[in-house]
Design a protein around this ligand. Sequence first.
Ligand SMILES: [Zn+2]
Length: 83
Amino acid sequence: MRITCNVCSSKSIIQSTKDAMPGYAKFYCICTNPMCSHSFVASWSYQKTLNPSLQQTNDLLIDMVQRMEPTQKQKLIKQLSLI
Ligand SMILES: [Zn+2]
C-alpha cells in the first residue's frame, strides 16, 4: 500500500498499524521528505464486496437447503445424485 504525505505529496512510511476491528485499520505514518517529516494517522476500511467469499457462499447454500421443505430436499438430493 502506498501512502503519500498530504502536506508535500512525498512517499510516507507506515511506522505501526493498529487493527481496531476486522475491515478497519489505522496506520501511523511519517513522511520521508526530510524537509517535511510530517507524522500522521491514516486509515483503511473495507468498502464493499465485489464477489462473495467462498465461505459465505457455502454458508448461504447450507442455510438455503436447511430452509427447504422435505419434498424439495428430496428432489434436490435426487438431482445431485445424477451428477
Ligand atoms: Zn511531507
